[in-house]
Design a protein around this ligand. Structure first.
Ligand SMILES: [Zn+2]
Length: 197
């Protein structure tokens, strides 16, 4: 783990605990041990009565193979999830992140890219992206620069969006209250690699 992240986690131990929880949940998913997820009626009723306190915010791609609650073996009320093609930030994603930080008290924010991402592929191919897709392509291009290696581009995109999310959240929240981490999901093996270097 790099020095900056280590310091951020030291300032915010709840975020470090949340990261360990995500890693443990992902290990269970990879091992196929996901049958005990808390989503029964007792859980629903208690969340309705007491409100939600998700321990992590997730920005992932909309890809149907990337489902955070499955990937991290999480039940109802555990993850605050936003999704957008190419896992890029936009106004509604930022509003959700701000809400998660300010009102729900989420401490860990993860930007999760993934292998075989169509958004990154389309951007790398250089094809003209029209309409609303242009915004996605511009953000990915800004994040990956001149990178041509596909998997490296997925990683750079997640890193760039995480850095931008961190900078924007700082406007609303004191630095020591949250940690933003990029990660990459392998859609074949099911494992998540947190980019902590
Ligand atoms: Zn994708």
């Amino acid at each position: 783990m790099n020095q900056k992240l280590r310091e951020a986690f030291a300032r915010c131990p709840e975020a470090a605990e949340a990261l360990e929880k995500l890693k443990a949940g992902n290990a269970r998913f990879v091992a196929g041990k996901t049958q005990e997820l808390p989503r029964d009626s007792a859980r629903r009723e208690s969340l309705a009565r007491e409100g939600q306190y998700p321990y992590a915010f997730l920005l992932t791609c909309s890809d149907s193979r990337v489902v955070p609650e499955f990937i991290f073996s999480a039940g109802l009320g555990e993850l605050f999830v936003t999704r957008a093609a190419g896992n890029v930030l936009g106004t509604s994603i930022l509003a959700s992140a701000q809400y998660a930080a300010q009102d729900l008290g989420a401490k860990l924010f993860v930007v999760l890219g993934h292998s075989q991402c169509g958004g990154v592929k389309a951007t790398l191919s250089g094809e003209e992206l029209s309409g609303a897709l242009a915004h996605m392509g511009q953000r990915i291009r800004a994040g990956i620069g001149r990178e041509t290696d596909y998997l490296r581009a997925v990683e750079l995109n997640a890193r760039a969006e995480a850095a931008d999310l961190a900078a924007r959240l700082l406007k609303y929240c004191p630095e020591q209250t949250l940690v933003v981490v990029p990660a990459v999901y392998d859609i074949e093996t099911g494992s998540v690699r947190f980019l902590e270097d």
